[in-house]
Design a binder for this molecule. Structure first.
Ligand SMILES: NC(=O)c1ccc[n+]([C@@H]2O[C@H](COP(=O)([O-])OP(=O)(O)OC[C@H]3O[C@@H](n4cnc5c(N)ncnc54)[C@H](O)[C@@H]3O)[C@@H](O)[C@H]2O)c1
Length: 245
């Protein structure tokens, strides 16, 4: 019960990391509002845990985010997991793809944080956790041009937010996973020219020789959400099986 009675909003909670984190938060006693743009899949989380409720939310839509946040009276923690992996170099990333990744990966974090932060400031306590990536300013990964660029921006976002609000009881930290076995990762493997080789390559680049499970990311998220990490802000928390060693 490390998060007893905490009110937490999780984005991108229908699958993968967001889902594992929402379930872990609920198991730790938090009151979790799990959101996702996928209206069918997010409903799968209904009735799993009495601490967990769901809502459909496109975190890139300004009006939707504003409307959603107006319905929130109190929030302690935002866990923001929305993200999209574009495959390719700069020459394979056209303007539409460029702005699409900025929109999904950065603008969604801006919208969610901007609209929930005033509710945290009212209590002089709040906690924002953003899912970034080791593929960012930490590690240049091939064919991850705009993905790595946007995740590097999120690392700056977290530092800037932490610096601006440290005196007002707000913490802001990032989680930087290596490769995590999630449905979208399975999709990226399936799309590769040689999926069997692609799977091997993904696994081998982690020094530990395996992928992370979403539940391992959730363990770090619980720590960052809890008071155990009360002295921690502005940090970029790598969890990458040694990929960036
Ligand atoms: N899987 C990995 O290997 C890995 C590694 C590093 C970082 N990450 C990051 O972790 C986060 C989650 O990735 P994942 O692989 O667990 O998830 P995923 O890609 O399997 O699932 C993403 C979820 O986000 C939802 N979503 C997409 N656009 C949305 C929007 N506009 N508003 C609300 N929800 C939206 C989708 O419906 C889906 O449920 C992402 O930010 C990703 O970049 C993942």
């Amino acid at each position: 019960m490390r998060l007893k009675n905490r009110k937490i909003i999780v984005t991108a909670a229908a699958q993968g990391i967001g889902k594992a984190v929402a379930l872990a938060f609920a198991r730790e006693g938090a009151e979790v509002l799990a959101t996702d743009v996928n209206s069918e899949k997010i409903q799968d989380l209904d009735n799993i845990n009495q601490n967990l409720s769901t809502s459909v939310l496109d975190a890139t839509n300004k009006e939707s985010v504003e409307k959603f946040c107006e319905t929130i009276n109190e929030v302690d923690i935002l866990f923001h997991a929305v993200g999209f992996v574009h495959h390719g170099t700069i020459l394979e990333c056209d303007s539409e793809e460029f702005y699409n990744s900025i929109n999904i990966n950065i603008y969604s974090a801006y919208l969610m944080s901007k609209n929930l932060l005033p509710k945290m400031l009212k209590k002089n306590k709040g906690n924002i956790i953003i899912v970034s990536s080791a593929a960012s300013n930490v590690k240049g990964a091939p064919n991850r041009f705009i993905y790595g660029t946007t995740k590097a921006a999120l690392n700056g976002f977290v530092k800037a937010m932490a610096a601006d609000y440290v005196k007002q009881g707000i913490r802001c930290n990032a989680i930087l996973p290596g490769t995590v076995e999630t449905p979208s990762w399975e999709g990226r493997v399936a799309m590769a020219d040689d999926p069997i080789q692609a799977r091997k390559d993904f696994i081998n680049r982690q020094a530990m020789g395996r992928l992370a499970q979403p539940e391992e990311i959730a363990s770090l998220a619980v720590y960052l959400a809890s008071d155990e990490s009360d002295f921690v802000t502005g940090t970029l928390n790598l969890i990458d099986g040694g990929w960036t060693l």
